[in-house]
Structures are given as C-alpha cells and as structure tokens.
Design a protein around this ligand. Sequence first.
Ligand SMILES: [Zn+2]
Length: 272
Amino acid sequence: MSVFWLIGALVFGLGAAVGSFLNVLVYRTHHGKDWIKGRSSCEHCGRAIAWSENVPILSYLFLRGRCAHCGQKIDVAHPLVELLTGFLFLWWYVAGFLFFRLTSAPLQSVQPLFWLLVGSVFVVILVSDLKYLIIPRWTLITLTVATLLYRGLLLVNHELQLADFGVSLLWTLGLTGFFLSLWWITKGKGFGFGDVQLAVPLGLILGSWQRILVGVFLAFLIGAVVGGGLVIIGKKQFRQPIPFGPFLLLGTALSLVWGFDLWAGYVRMIGG
Ligand SMILES: [Zn+2]
C-alpha cells in the first residue's frame, strides 16, 4: 500500500509539473509567443525565472506569491492550475486508469492515456476561458482530432459499432446546432461563438446521447447556480455575461464519469 501511495505522490508531482507547462502554454498562446523557445519570465518585470523559482506549487508558497525580483504578485491561477493538474493525474492514477481501461488488449494503455490528454486540455481551456475569455483554437483542434483518431482506433478494433459512432456524430451535430441557435438568439452576448465551437469536441468526447443530455443539463444547472450566486454576492450584474465554457467542461467531465448512472436514475425517477 505504501508503494502505491509513493507512486501516487510521484504521479501528483508529475501532474503539477505538467500543470506548470500548461500555464506556460496558456500564457504564450495568449501573447502569441513561441511555445518551446525562450525561458519562463515574470509577467510584470520580464526577468527570466530560475529553475529554483519554478518548482510547481512549492515555489509559489516559498516566494509568498510574489516575484523574487520586482515583488509584484504572481497570478494565483499558476499554483491553482498546478494543483488542479496534480489532482487530475492523481485521480487518474487512483481511479481513472482502471475506470477508463475497459477495452481489450491492444488499447488498454491507449484508452487511459487518451482520457488523461483530454483532462489536460480541459485544464487549458478552463484557465484560458476564465482568465482571457478565449478558448484557444489549438485546444479545440487537438480534442477533435484526438477523439476522432481514438474512436477510429476503437472502430478498427471492433470496440465500437459503426452505427453507434454515426449516431454520436449526429448528436454532436445537434449539440453544436443547439449552441449555434443560442448564440444567434442571444446575439453573441449570452453565449460566445467559442461555446459553439467547444460543442463540437465535447459532443464527440461524450459520444452518446444520454451523456450529452446529462452533460448539457449539468452545465446549465451549475451555470445557473454559480451565476445566481455571483449576482447575490454582488460580484456580477444580472445581465453581465460570464463565460459558459467552464460550465460546459464541468458538465462534460461529470457526465463522462457519472452520465450513465445519472441517466438511469432519472429514468427510474420518471418511472420509465
Ligand atoms: Zn517580476
């Protein structure tokens, strides 16, 4: 058991390091900088960050959230993303790896790795949308292409029926059309075009109509609760838009894990 948790701690550390990299991706995507070249630098004074100041989570705590050079505040999103990605990896290791390993022999590693990639890209979209109100196009393309490749692999290995895949494509089209009409009706003020584009990979990832319905329902439910809460505590005006992308991601993530259970529960409730 102790070895299990020792590896768990390492996996968490690895996740936090990946989170640190995701922070850089979000920042450099938004500022149009090269992903690979150049070292990380302070967002205020531009001084290069030494490796000892770049240890995930710990450096933020050690520096008390301020740049060692200019003393300006480091965005709290950085350690939060590292923490979130660390927990994503830890969850994947403890529960997700087995949870997602449902396929037969050749795909038993591909499947969990695919879902880990999806989770990591979700983190990037979440931060970008919350911080800059923008969903980077490369994240949408990565999710769409990776999901289609993965489903193609399932098809070839007879883990997925062609008819089921076709139905999931139709539902994705429907979901995208739904958000397109919301975008059109609200004239882009309630729902951004980013939400419409996000519906494409999310529909593909959810892959079944039960999960799509549960995911969208949860997104609206959580969005209404959080939005209402922000209005009540005076953080937002009633008509002021809040990004819907994070709620879509949250609804999708919850539906991926519990979608079928929630749907079965709903069907029992209405006596179907
Ligand atoms: Zn600085």
